[in-house]
Structure formats: structure tokens, C-alpha cells
Write a protein that binds this ligand. Sequence first.
Ligand code: UD1
Ligand code: UDP
Length: 370
Amino acid sequence: MGLGKRPRILVIAGARPNFMKVAPILRVMRCRDRFETVLVHTGQHYDAKMSDVFFNDLQIPPPDIHLEVGSGSHAEQTALVMTKFEKVVMDRRPDSVLVVGDVNSTLACSVTSAKLCVPVAHVEAGLRSGDRTMPEEINRIVTDALSDYLFTTEPSGSQNLLKEGKRTDQIHFCGNVMIDSLVFSSDRIKNSTVLRDLQLKNNGYILVTLHRPSNVDNADALRSIVHWLDKLQKKAPVVFPTHPRTRKMFEHHGLQSEIKKLAGLQMIDPVGYIDFVRLMQGARCVVTDSGGIQEETTFMGIPCLTMRDNTERPVTIDSGTNTLIGHDSDRLLSEIELIFAGRYKKGGIPELWDGKAAERITDVFEKVLL
Ligand code: UD1
Ligand code: UDP
């Protein structure tokens, strides 16, 4: 690298949970101005409410490059990102490619970069659910195997990577960049009018999100969801910002009319980041299968009931407010009773979830790339 030339880092985002992770990293790196950062949007998510809204809410500058891959099967989507991203890497010749999370775009860009001998940095490395039926678990394992710099959010991440043979000098426990976004946005979150707009009372409703294929991709699982949504909306108003995958599945299986009968349920489009965090903050509890939401609720001390058999984020169970429910609606209802009775566990904030993870990540980059 010649004198005065800043190392170039391609920063990848493609799907909803990527935007809140890249936002603080881009902000810190662009502010310090010691690297040239190029934001690449793969286009895995493309609806305005799954993508554009986050650029505004999180004050992310527009992508420098947009691959516009769209939806497809796993192989189709991954292959299209790889094909298009390969040209970008050959053209831009980056010093590193930074990927976040565990979506197909994360996997595709790490494989492409590794094959072109460009060092890969993975933010949110080492998380493991132990469940290889989850597409994200495959993405995590492959991405970490190929990554040179691994940034972990919780101790389990670092331990998993050591067990898988990564060297200690490759692993950097820097904390959770999602929390950076939350802290950064706190004033605007306070000013959100979403509770008033949806006629919800602070601490008086249940927030639901669901989008994992294991929950929404088959008719029996969907019918069970309608069954427990019915019970929940009898207990308290329920608001359910619905992922496009989930909405399509309800429609496909002809369950929209059942949902419409539930008077206490508001099934709405996905909401922007600022309004969504306000919805979490004001909820009596959150019922979800999201990865990121397990962490955000732990940070805010809001009870979170996770409709999955496992989690790759065990710190949210061990020290946070998260409980794994599996798919047992009786268990869900009994935990809801505990919450409404004020007898649910209280959690603490995990180490280094302090709003400064992107600063620490950038410090590491400065050590290894400058
Ligand atoms: C993806 C990630 C998942 C992440 C989730 C966050 C993978 C394998 N999965 O799941 O880890 O938790 O994003 O939201 O990468 N669709 C639209 N509009 C959009 C995007 C998607 O209508 O803007 C619909 C399409 O019908 C598409 C389906 O949703 O086929 C699934 O989208 P996809 O990106 O493949 O997976 P997600 O379920 O969103
Ligand atoms: N989120 C949002 N609007 C919504 C639902 C979620 O802004 O309607 C945010 C949420 O606060 C978190 C992220 O999206 O920051 C989580 O994304 P998602 O649940 O889609 O993916 P996962 O984390 O499960 O991969």
C-alpha cells in the first residue's frame, strides 16, 4: 500500500437485520477517515419497508453499489450474489471485505472474497445454535471458517470459534453493534408516535414477530400460531408487524380470514427501525423467533419469549430476559401469565453491549490494516 492511500473495505448489507449492524461501523469508520469504505447492498431484501426505511432511520448513506439480486431459492440467491459480487471485488480490489450476521448475502460474499484471497472480517462471529436445519447456521459455520478477523458479541461466540480451531489472535470480543444502533437512536425512539398511531398503551400490549421457515413455512405450524394468537389477544392487545415471507404463507394457506376474526390483533406491515424499537420498549412482552430481537429486548429489559427450540445467542437466556418456548403454546401462555403477574425473571445487560462496539471494531481494523 502506497503512502497516503487508505485501505479499502467493502462493507456488505443485504437483508433487514444487516442494516442496524453496518450503520454504526460505517459511521465510525467514515468519521475517523482512515479507511475508504464502500457500502455494497446485495438487494436480498428490496421492499421499501424491508430496506429503504432503514437507510433513513439509521442515517446510513446510500449504497455505493447495489447488486439487486432479489429473492430465489438458497442456491439461486447465493449464486447470484456471488456472481455479481465477484466482479465488484475484482474491480475494486479491496483490502478487506466486512460481512455481518448470518444471511445468505453474508455467506455469498465471504466465499467470493476468500476465493479471491481478500481477507474476510465477520461481525457477529461464532454464534451457534447447533441446529443445521437452520439455513443461518450453515451460513455462520461457512463464513467463520473462511474469515480472517472474527468479531464476537458474547463469550459463547469466542468459545465456539476456539473449539472450531480459530486462533486467539483472530478472535476479537468487541460487543454488539446492534446495541450501538439502539443507543445512537435513543432520542428519536423516544419521539416516535407509533404507540399513539396504533392506539396502544405503554406496557399494555404484546408485540409479536415471526419469520423463521420452521415456524411459518408449513400449514400446521401456521395453524398453531393462529391458535395461540387467539389466546394472546384475549389477554391483551397484540400487534404483529408481519414479515413478507410470513404474510405470503398465511395467504398461501388461506389463513388470512382466521386472522381477521381476531379483534384484539393488529396484523400490520413491517415497521421502520425507530418505530419498531419503540414498540419493543413499550411492550409488556415480545413473542418472536428473530435473532436480533432476542438481543434488543435483553438490552432494554423487556421479557422476550422465543418460539424456537434453540438459540445461537445464549447470553440472552443466561443473563438476559429471553426464554426459549419451543413450539408449546401451553408453555407460552403460562410464561405470559408470569409476566402479567410481575413474576418473570429480571435480566442484566451483557458485557460490552454499551454502544461502543463499532469503535472497538474499528480499533482492531486500524491495528491489522494500517
Ligand atoms: C432472511 C434471512 C434470515 C433473516 C431474515 C431477516 C437467509 C437464509 N435468511 O430470511 O436469516 O432472519 O432475512 O428478515 O438469508 N420477500 C419480500 N420482500 C423482500 C424480501 C423478501 O417479499 O423485500 C419475500 C419473498 O417472497 C422471499 C421471502 O420473503 O422469497 C424470503 O426472503 P429471503 O431473503 O429469502 O429470506 P427471509 O425469510 O427474509
Ligand atoms: N425490525 C424492524 N421492524 C420490524 C421488525 C424488526 O425494524 O418490523 C428490526 C429489529 O428491531 C431488529 C431487526 O429488525 O433490529 C431484526 O431483524 P429480523 O428479525 O428480520 O432478523 P433476524 O435478527 O432474525 O435475523
